[in-house]
Design a binder for this molecule. Structure first.
Ligand SMILES: [Zn+2]
Length: 102
């Protein structure tokens, strides 16, 4: 039996290593937009966060997201991301539960 390797990524806020599917990817696109990438396939520089708002808030507070994206994320973008994050959090957790059942 081949062992399946789970790709691990580090949350930029709490520095924990987690399987990719448990993290939400934030991407800075070549157009300098910063957005949430649920597909994980958008091109650009990515940063990973745990799928909960507390890690998002932490990344905001200590500028971890800015550092990871090498980009000065504007307050209004944070605002937008925070709203999106709350929206996708439920969706994300539901998808994770489904994946666990497989
Ligand atoms: Zn985290």
């Amino acid at each position: 039996m081949k062992q399946r390797k789970v790709p691990l990524r580090k949350c930029v806020a709490c520095q924990e290593m987690k399987p990719k599917k448990e993290l939400i990817r934030i991407v800075r696109t070549p157009e300098e937009e910063v957005l949430i990438d649920l597909t994980g396939k958008k091109s650009g520089r990515g940063a990973y966060l745990c799928g909960n708002v507390s890690c998002f808030k932490l990344a905001h507070k200590n500028k971890a997201l800015d550092r990871a994206l090498k980009h000065n994320v504007k307050p209004e973008i944070y605002e937008q991301l925070a709203q999106d994050f709350i929206k996708v959090e439920d969706e994300f957790l539901a998808a994770k539960d489904r994946a666990d059942d497989e």
